[in-house]
Design a protein around this ligand. Structure first.
Ligand SMILES: NC(=O)c1ccc[n+]([C@@H]2O[C@H](COP(=O)([O-])OP(=O)(O)OC[C@H]3O[C@@H](n4cnc5c(N)ncnc54)[C@H](OP(=O)(O)O)[C@@H]3O)[C@@H](O)[C@H]2O)c1
Length: 294
């Protein structure tokens, strides 16, 4: 009889490996050169695989994060969106209070996504209402570049992200407004995107934004909210995955999460490939928007 006395590898060990991989990716290292990478194996097209000896929690976390970890250096822009919503599909009260729709476990997950992505992107209403820090303070790991979409240049230069110096911050506007934006928050905090706004006054275009971010080496993107922004990315086919975290709460007449064009028939509605993860009392749906919707 042989007794295996070695303790199972847990979430902390996995998280250290995740951070090491992201560091290598940002440094431009080829994943195929990272032989073994601790308890992970690079399988080429199959991405990373977990070796033996990991406990159940670490195995589940790896399964959830694998799509992000599998992005090799220099690969095309890739984006994961998230929305934390009530049972009836709202992400905040009508007045904008979203503190907190989800429990602690989901909040920690959001900070993990920030740490694994090159940039975190939010809409102007979220920036104005929440005045967030967009850091990784709940977990180990570097802060992402903070990207605020503000084509109308309505945001206050006194927002925390523009003043706290904790991480690089970019206010995104159309290139034609870049000088005006620079007067407000300083040239180094402005990303003027050619073609962000059309002459027709239509919605912000996401593709030119992705190109401009990729030019700065920002290719793995986390679209953290709110509903208008995530919906815009999805409608313009710029989201690869979506994490929808559903909390057992009902918000009367709240701000909507996904808001997409009307469908006439159920058979025309996409049913993306989906996985489910439990986060305390909340349920996270991980939707693969590229796997082909039945
Ligand atoms: N539960 C969650 O996961 C989660 C995540 C993030 C945010 N939130 C909450 O979601 C709410 C915001 O989401 P959202 O869908 O309404 O918008 P959003 O996606 O954050 O921002 C998009 C829109 O902001 C608009 N805008 C509205 N009010 C503004 C203001 N006071 N200053 C500057 N721009 C403003 C712009 O409108 P125009 O297009 O008309 O110019 C822009 O298109 C907040 O209450 C936030 O707390 C929840």
């Amino acid at each position: 009889m042989s007794l295996n006395t070695s303790p199972a590898l847990g979430v902390d060990a996995l998280w250290s490996l995740c951070l090491a991989l992201v560091k290598e990716r940002r440094a431009g290292a080829a994943f195929s050169d990272l032989h073994g990478a601790g308890g992970l194996r690079w399988q080429g097209e199959g991405g990373w695989a977990l070796g033996a000896g990991w406990d159940a929690q670490a195995t589940e976390l790896f399964a959830l994060l694998k799509p992000l970890l599998d992005r090799p250096a220099g690969s095309p822009a890739w984006a994961v969106g998230q929305l934390g919503q009530s049972l009836n599909g709202c992400i905040a009260t009508r007045g904008g209070d979203a503190n907190y729709v989800n429990g602690e476990e989901v909040l920690t997950h959001l900070h993990r996504l920030r740490a694994l992505c090159d940039a975190v992107i939010i809409g102007a209403a979220t920036a104005a209402i929440d005045n967030p820090q967009l850091t990784t303070r709940r977990v180990e790991g570097a802060h992402p570049v903070r990207v605020l979409l503000d084509p109308a240049l309505g945001l206050s230069p006194q927002l925390r992200v523009f003043e706290d110096g904790q991480a690089p911050t970019l206010l995104v506007c159309d290139a034609r407004q870049a000088a005006q934006a620079a007067d407000r928050v300083g040239r180094e905090q402005v990303l003027g995107v050619p073609g962000l706004l059309g002459d027709d006054g239509g919605a912000m275009r996401v593709r030119p934004l992705l190109d401009a971010l990729a030019e700065r080496g920002l290719r793995v993107l986390f679209v953290e909210g709110g509903g208008v922004t995530v919906s815009r990315f999805m409608q313009q086919d710029a989201l690869d995955r979506l994490h929808l975290s559903i909390a057992p709460v009902i918000i009367g007449d709240g701000r909507p999460g996904l808001a997409l064009p009307a469908a006439a028939l159920m058979r025309d509605c996409p049913r993306p490939s989906a996985r489910v993860f439990r986060f305390g009392a909340d349920v996270l749906w991980d939707l693969d928007l590229r796997a082909g919707c039945d």
